[in-house]
Design a protein around this ligand. Structure first.
Ligand SMILES: CC(C)(COP(=O)(O)OP(=O)(O)OC[C@H]1O[C@@H](n2cnc3c(N)ncnc32)[C@H](O)[C@@H]1OP(=O)(O)O)[C@@H](O)C(=O)NCCC(=O)NCCS
Length: 156
């Protein structure tokens, strides 16, 4: 059973370590404690830690909470040792419920690197569809250009 709680500054060391892991960092934009601290202090964002059996196993950040009825799922990560056990799906369904219930969203959207097949498979299986592809939108550290896919989910 997975639950959500507000992230605190004390969580940020763990969260930043998960992001820095080599199977995770390539899929994210800016990372590190400063990015999270800005999210924590922004009233338009909600930073949530996923908890199972009293242990933090992942996090998610919702954004655009003051911009109308479309909420952005800006980031979700499951801690590397906890992957492939269904927690990613539980976290996604929990944050969708939070967006539609607590935040009264009508639509949830996100962007994902086009070749992030793990995340895309999860999003698609939970009802997200591709609305746009931004060709070459991200410049990687080695100068390569990566496409970004915009996906959206509507309240049912
Ligand atoms: C994407 C992520 C959240 C999935 O978390 P997870 O706990 O491993 O996911 P689950 O075990 O709940 O699996 C859910 C679905 O994701 C997909 N998936 C997960 N891992 C996969 C893999 N290695 N290969 C292919 N599909 C995969 C599958 O569709 C899976 O459903 P299935 O088990 O019915 O096949 C996790 O891999 C992660 O944190 N990745 C790094 C950060 C990231 O890419 N975040 C998204 C972009 S911001």
């Amino acid at each position: 059973m997975l639950s959500l709680r507000p992230t605190t500054m004390d969580d940020l060391v763990d969260l930043a370590a998960w992001e820095a892991e080599p199977e995770t960092a390539p899929w994210l934009g800016e990372t590190g404690p400063a990015w999270h601290a800005r999210a924590l202090h922004d009233p338009g964002q909600e930073h949530l830690v996923a908890v199972r059996a009293e242990a933090a196993v992942g996090f998610a950040v919702l954004a655009g909470l003051r911009d109308g009825d479309a909420v952005e799922l800006r980031r979700m990560v499951i801690s590397p040792p906890h992957r492939r056990t269904g927690l990613g799906r539980s976290l996604l369904t929990s944050v969708l419920a939070r967006a539609y219930g607590h935040h009264r969203a009508r639509r949830v959207w996100l962007d994902v690197k086009a070749h992030n097949h793990r995340a895309r498979a999860l999003y698609e299986s939970e009802g997200f569809t591709v609305t746009e592809t931004l060709t070459g939108a991200v410049t990687e550290a080695d100068g390569a250009l990566t496409d970004l896919v915009i996906m959206a989910h509507q309240v049912r």
